[in-house]
Design a protein. Structure first.
Length: 424
């Protein structure tokens, strides 16, 4: 098959006319499909319903150490929830503070506390410093970028590679004392699905930072979201940081949001004991305690890490089929020289790079036909993709039939946009 750029003008016109005719057929169908957000499908959520089905008599409202989970108190979580997180994620229990249902909220709270009070080794609260900067790995997670932008940081873009952030660039940037931190989604990154290599984790853990209070926001959202039994392995960032005396550098986050229920899961923050001690005095002002009954529900349902793994392998069969549909349909773009895409072994997204200068046009074509994509630019700081080429595909929410149709239309839109650019 010839690349589109190698076709004659007549061949390009003929190909475009044929594709446009097919596109117009879809356009007449009045579709309403959604590939925009990484939400579980309702059928996937049904898998976790047994977690909610058990009636809870009085004697089942107490934690293993006698805490009445119906009442106030216990800021850092019941012991069995800490243990389940520790076993599942490979963390030390003394590093864990259990929160509410949202890890994103814990991240925002962490940054706002830093702004108001500073963190360990801060010369002053961050809000009293001028010109603060934050490293954003792109393509990356739009909500991360918006959070630091809203708090007044200048966002510094670093390219995502197959092994994680471009570490040469990261190490150059952290020589500036105004650079206070970096966003990291280290396993099955949003949206590329890449997992950080051992070397990348080590370099992040040991790099010399000009700011004494530099922080790595380690959002391990997809820690157990493997599509196969032999999923990607991620080096322990705490263990590596401790080797180089940088244990306090790490703020780690995760949750059960895409394990059980996104709106009713359990989130955690993990950090060094010294970090947690500094945080706890402010946390005690913010809340009297999180939902311990929900923690108890999760630990009753998941007895141990093996039960979590078994549950995730059930989900993997469901989600894996959606990735198969997506990647199979993207094969229609192979050999044309107009697109590249990732093939993740887990997580929730596929990252599609189309011909530079055509992503917005692809988005518009999809919108016209009734298929919603994540906004172009969302995977970059300030919502600006400098090459206008990246599209984040979220395959989990539609039904299999809807996904098959939407991704076939997507390949059609990519071809149309590329031909339009080439024929200018």
């Amino acid at each position: 098959m010839k690349k589109y750029a190698e076709l004659s003008r007549e061949e390009q016109k003929a190909a475009y006319a044929s594709l446009l005719s097919e596109y117009n057929e879809y356009k007449s169908m009045g579709l309403k499909l959604d590939l925009s957000r990484g939400k579980p499908n309702s059928d996937q959520l049904d898998i976790s319903l047994p977690l909610l089905s058990e009636a809870r008599p009085r004697e089942k409202c107490f934690s293993e150490n006698g805490i009445d989970c119906r009442n106030y108190g216990v800021l850092d979580g019941i012991p069995e929830m800490k243990r389940l997180f520790a076993e599942t994620l490979g963390l030390k229990t003394e590093y864990i503070a259990v929160g509410g249902n949202s890890s994103l909220q814990l991240m925002y709270d962490t940054l706002t506390r830093a702004m108001l009070f500073g963190v360990l080794n801060s010369p002053r609260p961050w809000c009293r410093e001028e010109g603060l900067k934050w490293i954003c790995v792109a393509p990356g997670y739009d909500r991360h970028f918006k959070m630091t932008e809203a708090l007044g940081f200048e966002l510094l873009t670093v390219k995502m590679t197959a092994t994680g952030p471009d570490m040469d660039e990261v190490e150059r940037l952290v020589k500036d004392p105004k650079v206070k931190g970096i966003w990291c989604v280290p396993k099955y990154s949003n949206p590329t699905g890449n997992t950080y290599s051992d070397e990348t984790v080590r370099r992040l853990a040991k790099m010399e930072c000009a700011a004494p209070d530099f922080r790595i926001m380690w959002d391990n959202a997809y820690a157990v979201h493997d599509l196969t039994e032999d999923g990607d392995k991620l080096l322990d960032i705490f263990e590596e940081a401790e080797k180089y005396g940088n244990l306090d550098r790490i703020f780690y986050f995760s949750s059960t949001s895409k394990i059980t229920f996104p709106g009713a899961g359990v989130a955690l923050m993990a950090a060094s004991p010294d970090n947690l001690k500094q945080i706890s005095k402010y946390l005690g002002v913010q809340t009297i305690g999180y939902d311990k009954l929900n923690q108890l529900r999760h630990t009753t349902y998941f007895k141990d890490a093996a039960a979590v793994h078994s549950h995730m392998m059930t989900l993997a069969k469901f989600i894996g089929k959606k990735f198969e549909i997506t990647l199979k349909n993207l094969e229609a773009l192979e050999g044309l020289g107009i697109a590249e895409w990732t093939k993740p072994r887990g997580g929730y997204f596929v990252s599609l790079d189309v011909m530079p200068g055509t992503a917005k046009r692809v988005f518009a074509l999809m919108q016209e036909v009734g298929v919603t994509l994540t906004s172009v630019g969302a995977t970059y700081p300030y919502g600006i993709d400098p090459e206008d080429k990246n599209l984040r595909i979220a395959p989990t929410y539609p039904t299999d039939e809807e996904l098959d149709l939407a991704t076939r239309i997507l390949t059609l839109a990519v071809k149309l946009a590329a031909l339009e650019l080439l024929m200018k």
